[in-house]
Ligand binder design. Structure first.
Ligand SMILES: Cc1ncc(COP(=O)(O)O)c(C=O)c1O
Length: 344
């Protein structure tokens, strides 16, 4: 049986034999007591990489984002983010449930807003009718924006506005390494601009689980308490941390291969009669819409018949995500399957 080509998400990867080997040999201890050497090493490594003081290993990106929001806000405060933001759309209402904060949504370009939009949406502090604007959350790359990357200079401009108004900045960097590789930027470029950064190890970097929240010693000490409260304290988590250390060493530069595959797919899609539009491809995510002549269900079923799994993202909208478990040969098979789709 040929293997299934699963491009629903970059979270579907399984650890490689080399990653498993690193995991098996991890030095572990009880991380709730702070005694897991491998977790401690991963946290130190991540903090150094971003030029920050500390980091906290969390089970998921949702948890590291939610803790990031929690440490910056009090109930009744307001968070500014884009209408496409994962923290708003896909974290189970966590901003309200965990932090009791309201959200001011901005309409950006593929999830990227401007410093002027931020400035225009900051509430006056001297008007007690208004929630206090406490933080801005940026997502890089933007998942629902088709893997779009932010420009560093716009983030710098937003930072200047936030500093002026004493507003914290959190980065949902679930796929930040994709942006860094695509834009030739360094983690420290972002470390100096954000108060907290969440990065996922379980997406393009290919580990089975785990995300890091990175920030100052003081913020991360508070984050530690929230992680415990949310039930995210893990014991011999060093086995997972070892996968993270392996991924940071071996799986970052190779993200370029995923980006190249995504661009190849983009050009094929642009030539197909049933594709209405494709979001510009910058990293490993490809989002496109089907013309009215082909239903999403029919499209996905025809792909499944060719052992390809993709994801519906909305009416007539499809997402493909490339990752380290899609080979060159499988990309060819995928393109072949797409060329064979019938508009019945
Ligand atoms: C942009 C973004 N942020 C956060 C998350 C949450 O990560 P997790 O699934 O590990 O909770 C995801 C998951 O897909 C994501 O795409």
């Amino acid at each position: 049986m040929p293997q299934v080509i699963d491009v629903r998400s970059d979270t579907v990867t399984r650890p490689t034999p080399a990653m498993l080997e690193a995991m098996v040999h991890a030095q572990v201890g009880d991380d709730v007591f702070g005694e897991d050497d491998t977790v401690n090493e991963l946290q130190r490594t991540a903090a150094d990489l971003f030029g920050k003081e500390a980091a906290l290993f969390c089970p998921s990106g949702t948890m590291s984002n939610q803790i990031g929001i929690k440490v910056h806000t009090q109930p009744g405060d307001e968070v500014i983010c884009d209408e496409l933001a994962h923290v708003y759309l896909y974290e189970g209402g966590g901003i309200a449930a965990n932090s009791g904060a309201s959200v001011r949504l901005l309409k950006g370009d593929a999830g990227r807003f401007t410093a002027e939009q931020v400035r225009a949406n900051i509430n006056r502090r001297d008007d007690s009718h208004l929630p206090r604007t406490r933080m801005v959350a940026i997502e890089n790359t933007v998942n629902k924006g088709g893997g779009a990357c932010w420009s560093l200079s716009e983030i710098e401009r937003i930072r200047a506005v936030c500093t002026q108004h004493e507003i914290a900045m959190h980065l949902d960097g679930a796929r930040l390494f994709n942006a860094l590789v695509a834009r030739n930027e360094s983690p420290r470029d972002h470390g100096r601009l954000f108060d907290t950064i969440s990065v996922c190890l379980s997406k393009g970097l290919g580990t089975p689980a785990g995300s890091l929240l990175i920030g100052s010693r003081e913020l991360i000490a508070r984050a530690h308490r929230h992680r415990k409260r949310m039930g995210g304290g893990m014991r011999q988590a060093g086995y997972l941390a070892a996968a993270g250390l392996f991924a940071l060493e071996h799986n970052v530069q190779r993200l370029k291969d995923d980006h190249a595959k995504a661009r190849t797919l983009e050009s094929t899609l642009r030539s197909l009669p049933y594709v209405a539009s494709v979001l510009p491809v910058e990293t490993n995510i490809v989002i496109f819409t089907l013309t009215e002549r082909l239903s999403t269900d029919s499209f996905l079923q025809q792909l499944r018949d060719h052992r390809v799994r993709a994801l519906a993202m909305g009416p007539q909208t499809i997402r493909f995500v490339f990752h380290l478990d899609v080979s060159d040969a499988q990309l060819e098979q995928l393109l072949e399957a797409l060329r064979g789709v019938r508009i019945s």
